[in-house]
Design a protein around this ligand. Structure first.
Ligand code: ATP
Length: 474
């Protein structure tokens, strides 16, 4: 698995998908830049999500809220008080760890070693820890009594457990209250909740309806790593669906099904790499929660959360803002604070899932190759136009085809090196089709189309190419 990740990271950099942030200065931990192909592919992912949410549903509209908000928002939402990770330091090495992760990994290890009973006992103590008054102490006690060692050094002289808030705080000129501190939002959802009435009124929405948003979120994650899986600055694609209380279960099931199908049917992710995970331990605001997980090279991990958030958020905002958050049903005159079902997915994590799902090494025409088997919709470059020979009429005909296609699709033109090399270059970035202009083109106005996955080729009239591509994208 490490080898696969290594290959992905190196391909991503070499071909311009993802670079380390500010690399010439040695980078910055957990920050990355999307390069020419990466930004193209990420835009495709976001467009596909946006269309699936807002275009396909008459009752879902989008917003683009600001990253910084009135700080009271984060008191109301509970983030100031409880968006914390429990941290512990190893005294001799001065390394910092998540206390909950140390314990969870320890339980996993006990299971792997066949010590099921012991694992169960630790699991119970761990679950009880979250209910005791002094949670930090309870976590510390488990770590010490189980003699849990630091995973990378084996040392085990621990400090106390402390809660560490994940929100980035910064100072703004002068803000009333909170001593001028504002936060970078740790989730996009709150921008939607506080705009509930604005959107409802402006867009004349009736419950049930949804508000969708794509935007940056920031979390001061202590345990980083695994490339773009866990970043401190990342992009979320979230949709909050407002329903009448009592109907949330049905809405939840509908969204669960629709979201899962989006990954397989629209993005083309292998079904056997996707898993459902039901939360036993629910967040304070939720009455039901499932994650969609993906089989990454380093393990099965969350890519999207689907949560039934009850009326927690709107109620909190009603209390803290003093504004009425009720909805009035015009036909029945009923008044209520809507319940919320949310779908919350991470664009960067999904990007990594798509890359690792697509990464393939195989042999075509007796040659080993690396190929990204991305779906046509996700692929950053839809087609390459390749003149067999650079100069003369072939080059001219190919340039003309390139210009024609470029009006509607991201295409690449490549006339450097042998045709075989050029195919490999396109395979490696996941270009689904290569159109080659050759001798026969000059005689009968046909080109060859080469299919990325099978490496098979066939001829088609040059005048059909545009429509052929358009059909692949519907
Ligand atoms: P995790 O347990 O992995 O930290 P989470 O349960 O805190 O994730 P949510 O708060 O449910 O995550 O956020 C919704 C989605 O946002 C996640 O499914 C994930 O795709 C994405 N996400 C959350 N944190 C990060 C991060 N640090 N880097 C990249 N994506 C993230």
């Amino acid at each position: 698995p490490e080898k696969v990740m290594h290959k992905l990271v190196s391909l991503a950099k070499r071909r311009g998908f993802i670079f380390p942030s500010s690399e010439i200065y040695g980078g910055l931990s957990s920050c990355f830049d999307y390069g020419p192909l990466g930004s193209e592919m990420k835009k495709n992912i976001k467009d596909l999500w946006w269309n699936a949410m807002t275009r396909r549903h008459q009752n879902i509209v989008g917003i683009d809220a600001s990253i910084m908000m009135n700080p009271t928002v984060w008191e109301a939402s509970g983030h100031v008080a409880s968006f914390n990770d429990p941290l512990i330091d190893e005294k001799t090495t001065k390394r910092r760890y998540r206390a909950d992760h140390l314990i969870e990994n320890h339980i996993e290890k006990l299971r792997r070693d066949g010590r099921e009973d012991h694992a169960l006992a630790v699991r119970q103590a761990y679950e009880q820890a979250s209910e005791t008054e002094d949670q930090n102490r309870a976590l510390y006690d488990i770590i010490v009594s189980e003699e849990i060692k630091a995973p990378d050094t084996g040392a085990n002289d621990w400090t106390d457990v402390r809660q560490f808030n994940l929100m980035f705080q910064c100072n703004m000129g002068a803000v009333a209250g909170s001593g001028g501190s504002v936060y970078l939002r740790p989730e996009t959802a709150q921008g939607i909740f506080v705009n509930f009435h604005n959107v409802r009124e402006a867009a004349r929405m009736k419950v049930p309806f949804g508000i969708a948003q794509i935007g940056k979120a920031f979390r001061n994650e202590i345990v980083k790593g695994n490339f773009i899986f866990r970043m401190v600055e990342f992009e979320q694609m979230e949709m909050q669906y407002f329903v009448k209380p009592g109907t949330q279960q049905e809405a939840f099931e509908d969204w669960r099904e629709e979201r899962f199908n989006w990954y397989t049917e629209v993005l083309g992710i292998s079904r056997d790499k996707l898993h459902w995970y039901r939360h036993d331990k629910l967040a304070h605001y939720a009455d039901l929660a499932y994650d969609i997980k993906f089989q990454f090279p380093f393990g099965i991990e969350e890519i999207e959360g689907i949560h039934s958030r009850t009326d927690f958020d709107l109620k909190q905002h009603q209390e803290y803002s003093g504004k009425n958050m009720e909805y009035i049903d015009q036909t029945t005159n009923e008044r209520y604070i809507p319940y919320v079902v949310e779908t919350s997915s991470g664009c960067d994590r999904l990007f990594l899932a798509l890359l690792s799902d697509a990464y393939t090494e195989d042999i075509v025409d007796g040659d080993e190759r690396v190929v990204l088997k991305l779906s046509v919709k996700v692929a950053p470059v839809k087609a390459a136009v390749l003149p067999l020979m650079k100069k003369g009429e072939m080059g001219e005909r190919a340039s003309k085809l390139r210009d024609e296609l470029a009006a509607s699709f991201r295409v690449q033109y490549d006339d450097a090196g042998s045709i075989g090399k050029r195919y490999r270059r396109q395979d490696e970035i996941g270009t689904p089709f290569c159109f080659t202009v050759d001798h026969q083109t000059l005689e009968d106005n046909t080109v060859t189309v080469r299919y990325r996955d099978s490496a098979e080729q066939e001829r088609m009239p040059i005048s059909n190419v545009r429509e052929f591509l358009a059909l692949q994208l519907v």
